[in-house]
Design a protein around this ligand. Structure first.
Ligand code: GLC
Length: 479
């Protein structure tokens, strides 16, 4: 089976969030499972960071010209092979040599170019996949162009498309005035991309894809409701016959507390002594008292409202004042949130610490050194952090939504079952009370250690989910 994954980011090359983790690990898991039967490739843009760090591993494949509306643009194709998977990089400095991956005024044009370049790559590299697996709105143009422009051309006619929603909040919405000029779409394509009086690229991809998936079964049902759909529930209802949810896995070799070179001390679920050293290390990083017995709670997240930061903001001072705890936050995001947490750190030194940065190496220290991991998302398509935390014996405290609902099962004080703590309603005090029951259990060392063991026992590797994707791909081929 030939599979081409298309995305705007993939680890270790370029990353702003969980999407990159998935594109750095799912294709490899699928290739592993297919063995010689599989030809698995991935394509992402060539960002400056990729050129700086990985240039010496790259092979120049060729250069072509990509036409988009009246534009003719240079397109270089570079490649590298990682664990049997070929990663392609689309090079065009005009579009991709920018200070950040996203957030430019012309993101629509940048990813329209990328989409067109991906389809051209298939013929230049003579690689026509059975499955084109596209991920999030930046790849929606590739899906739309395949079905509206390339579909009947030789080589393209049998490609089946899976479009995966990693987060429905980001849709790629643009004014109709650029339908032809930028997106090279004709009037008769209008109804495909039109939504609420504008061009909505996600809607276009949902209409065109053969199958749609999202990254947890729970989120697949949630996005059919107005509360979670960011406006697209009508479209998703119309497409429900082709929608399913498959939970993400994580790279359990990279996130492995028994071998991780980036943490102060390694440990296993049978010998947690190294975790105590990691805790002291994290306490030093945060400027906290080195105390193995005080519950240390961390959050690692983009500081966005839908990640639940308004709940935290509402009760954090009350919580800090009522409990003997240490709380640390790692992440960047919305300006006012950053300001609030920076200020809180100054007002509660020794109790609250905000590290306002996106730092993978530091995140490892947070995962390994903490006792509890707080993730009170308002919506969470899958969430990887709760799984990564679990790998490091850090007990997740989550809101029951999306992938958090599917992966974390609340601790049952009578049976001792469960792998974390959870609350149902998006309510700040409900969150605080659950957090306080976690803190209370923490003081009962025997029960706490049994819970930590449960948490570390769950298999969050790609094994099961890669098989589910393979079943989906196989079904699509036979369609
Ligand atoms: C997005 C979602 C997150 C998910 C990730 C990978 O970042 O917000 O929940 O885990 O994509 O699918």
């Amino acid at each position: 089976m030939k599979i081409l994954y298309v995305a705007s980011e993939a680890l270790p090359y370029a990353s702003t969030g969980g999407l990159a983790d998935v594109l750095g690990s799912l294709p490899i898991a699928v290739k592993r499972s297919l063995g010689d039967e599989g030809d698995v490739r991935v394509v992402i843009p060539m960002y400056p960071s990729v050129k700086e760090k990985f240039f010496d591993q790259m092979k120049f494949e060729c250069e072509t010209t990509v036409r988009l509306s009246w534009r003719s643009q240079y397109c270089g194709i570079w490649s590298t092979v990682r664990e049997g998977v070929t990663y392609y990089f689309i090079d065009n400095e005009y579009y991709f040599k920018r200070p950040a991956l996203y957030g430019s005024f012309d993101d629509g044009e940048r990813f329209a170019f990328f989409g067109k370049a991906v389809l051209e790559l298939m013929s230049t590299m003579q690689f026509f996949p059975d499955i084109l697996h596209a991920n999030d709105w930046q790849t929606a143009p590739a899906v739309i162009y395949l079905k509206r422009k390339f579909g009947l051309a030789p080589g393209y006619e049998n490609i089946r498309v899976l479009y995966t929603i990693h987060n429905i909040e980001y849709q790629g919405v643009y004014d109709f005035s650029i339908l032809g000029d930028v997106f090279e779409l004709a009037e008769w394509d209008r109804s495909i991309v039109e939504y609420n009086g504008a061009i909505n690229l996600t809607k276009g991809a949902l209409m065109c894809a053969d199958r749609i998936s999202t990254v947890s079964p729970r989120y697949a049902s949630e996005i059919m409701t107005e509360y979670y759909s960011a406006g697209l529930h009508h479209v998703l209802h119309a497409c429900s016959h082709k929608l399913s949810g498959i939970i993400n896995g994580i790279d359990t070799e990279y996130y492995n507390c028994a071998t991780d070179p980036e943490i102060a001390a390694v440990f296993t679920k049978d010998d947690l002594s190294g975790k105590v050293k990691d805790k002291m290390d994290l306490q030093a990083v945060c400027g906290f008292e080195p105390d193995p017995d005080v519950p240390l709670i961390v959050m690692i997240s983009r500081l966005a409202t839908h990640k639940g930061f308004d709940l935290i903001r509402h009760v954090i001072e009350e919580f800090l004042n009522r409990n003997h705890v240490q709380v640390a936050l790692l992440g960047t995001g919305e300006r006012d949130m950053e300001g609030f947490f920076a200020d809180l750190g100054h007002r509660y030194p020794g109790k609250f610490c905000a590290k306002l940065e996106y730092n993978k190496a530091l995140s490892k220290k947070f995962y390994a050194g903490a006792d509890m991991f707080l993730m009170p998302s308002k919506s969470e398509p899958c969430g990887l952090a709760q799984m990564i935390a679990s790998q490091y014996g850090t007990v997740p405290v989550v809101r029951e939504t999306g992938g958090l609902f599917d992966t974390i099962h609340a601790y049952n004080q009578y049976t001792g079952e469960g792998n974390g703590f959870s609350f149902t309603n998006y309510n700040a005090h409900e969150m605080m009370h659950v957090l306080e029951s976690a803190v209370a259990l923490y003081n009962d060392k025997e029960k706490w250690n049994a819970l930590v063991k449960n948490v570390m026992d769950v298999d969050f590797s790609w094994n099961a989910s890669a098989e589910k994707y393979l079943q989906l791909y196989t079904g699509m081929r036979e369609q």
